[in-house]
Design a protein around this ligand. Structure first.
Ligand code: GLN
Length: 490
């Protein structure tokens, strides 16, 4: 079946005219139809758009005018990425019927490169969560074990790739939302440097932290997608005029080319109590693989790591509460039920009925830490600590090329297990939040399976804008292992 191919293999098949985009699309749409009622990876399946795009790709294939390696290849977008004419809900009741009049820059770039859009994937509401349980459209199930979460917030994107319903998917990562689900679902996921990919048209969560990145089966596939997505955009002033390397062209054909002499930092703050021994063993085995091929492991310290989760839950809600203020029932969707006395009443009712409990919790915290009396004590203080975390990494990267850590303390947990314990849910991101705070890129790649058959991820962190290096280091590992080539039985 074609669905077991990588993006690169599918692209090659299309290029060599062995695979027809429309046939490939029908195969994946059939799989999506078969699996989605159970997995709930997609909020909206855009079959009609997909078929139309695939036929156009067929024509370009026939006339030898394919647009890019992505041309005619089915992919998916997290439902927080706005798409013209295709419902984009951010998994919220407040936007349940919102059909955007524009495309996000990432969506536009991918569509211009030939994306066949299978659909819009499930997420925690406004990307607020780590398990995709906080979606107004129901939980996404983990393809490896349907009793478990797919991770979050981009759980739908990760599950969609893992289940073989698309060859790549776009997600967002503000504190771990690409890396965590990639690790829980056994696929590769990249959180880019802040500013590398335009945020324009992607619903804002915490604007100083939000990043947009790809999921795929392999690192090579991530490189293919990133080179289309990345780069300056006049609609997002935080994207610098920095050249986008041809990431997919600089991947090593032999692992030693990258691994020999590679200096890997192993931060002691990430191998602490609470980390499951099973996960630790697999992550250490992965690092040993690098070492056997010439890399040098070096213990390092990132002393401010322990404050990262605490300050994230000040900065993120502050920015989130400001960003969500625009959903007032006037500009976007949702007409509240019941009598409405005046406009203030309308605001109240819209927001009360439109937002879910986790989002409300965060709006409360956010407005609190921004309020006059507390701004200095919480928000400003948190920003200072954020700088210290950034400096931790800058200092570490004077001596090492990359840093390796677990992605999460444990494999995918059971659905419902952490729903009544927000704090323990927040701690799932203890290993991913620091890189978000520093604005630096981080990759999650599969490095093993637990005794229960659940995937486990390795996190590789690099300096700002060192995506090229990061992808090379990740790809080298995948030339030596086959964790990324395993499929759940569905
Ligand atoms: N799980 C984290 C949170 O709930 C991260 C979310 C994200 O990266 N979008 O905030």
């Amino acid at each position: 079946m074609n669905k077991f191919l990588t993006l690169r293999e599918a692209a090659r098949g299309i290029d060599e005219k062995k695979i027809k985009p429309s046939e490939l699309t029908e195969e994946l749409l059939a799989e999506t139809g078969r699996l989605n009622s159970d997995l709930n990876a997609y909020i909206t399946v855009s079959a009609e758009e997909a078929r139309r795009a695939a036929l156009a790709a067929d024509a370009r294939q026939a006339s030898d005018s394919l647009l890019s390696p992505l041309d005619g290849v089915p992919g998916a977008l997290k439902d927080i990425v706005n798409t013209k004419g295709v419902r984009s809900t951010s998994a919220s009741r407040i936007l349940a019927d919102f059909v955007p009049p524009y495309d996000a820059t990432v969506a536009r770039r991918l569509l211009d490169a030939g994306l066949v859009l299978v659909g819009k994937t499930n997420t925690d509401e406004f990307a607020c969560g780590g398990s995709t349980e906080h979606s107004a459209f129901g939980v996404t199930r983990n393809p490896w074990d349907r009793e478990r979460v797919a991770g979050g917030s981009s759980g739908g994107s990760a599950a969609a790739v893992a289940a073989g319903t698309c060859f790549y998917a776009v997600g967002t990562d503000t504190g771990g939302s690409i890396r965590l689900p990639a690790s829980f679902c056994g696929v590769s996921g990249l959180k880019v440097s802040y500013g590398r990919v335009s945020r324009s048209g992607v619903t804002a969560m915490a604007s100083s932290l939000d990043t947009i990145g790809p999921f795929a089966r392999t690192v090579e596939d991530l490189a293919l997608v990133l080179e289309v997505m990345a780069g300056q955009d006049w609609k997002d002033a935080t994207t610098p005029p920095r050249e986008v390397p041809r990431y997919s062209m600089s991947l090593p054909d032999r692992p030693e080319k990258v691994m020999r002499g590679l200096r890997i930092g192993v931060p002691k703050e990430y191998f602490v109590e609470g980390l499951s021994p099973e996960v630790e063993k697999m992550v250490r085995a992965a690092m040993a693989e690098y070492e056997e091929n010439g890399a040098v492991l070096k213990e390092i310290s990132l002393p401010y790591t322990k404050y990262a989760v605490a300050i994230y839950y000040i900065i993120m809600p502050a920015e989130l509460s400001a960003n969500l203020a625009r959903y007032d029932g006037i500009r976007y969707g949702l007409k509240p039920e019941g009598e409405i006395s005046d406009i203030i009443d309308q605001y109240y009712k819209t927001r009360d009925q439109g937002f879910g409990p986790e989002v409300k919790r965060r709006i409360l915290t956010g407005t609190y830490v921004l309020s006059a009396g507390y701004f200095d004590a919480y928000y400003r203080k948190a920003l200072k600590v954020r700088t210290l975390i950034k400096q931790d990494f800058e200092k570490a990267f004077e001596d090492v090329d990359v840093i390796m850590t677990p992605v999460s303390p444990n494999p995918a947990f059971k659905i419902g297990e952490k729903m009544n314990d927000p704090l323990s849910m927040y701690l799932e991101d203890a290993f991913t939040i620091p890189a978000s705070m520093a604005g630096i890129p981080a990759l999650s790649i599969p490095c093993g399976f637990s005794a229960e058959g659940l995937p486990v991820g390795l996190q590789i962190i690099a300096p700002q804008y060192a995506e090229e290096k990061l992808l090379q280091v990740g790809h080298a590992y995948q030339t030596l292992t086959d964790w990324h080539r395993r499929f759940p039985k569905l």
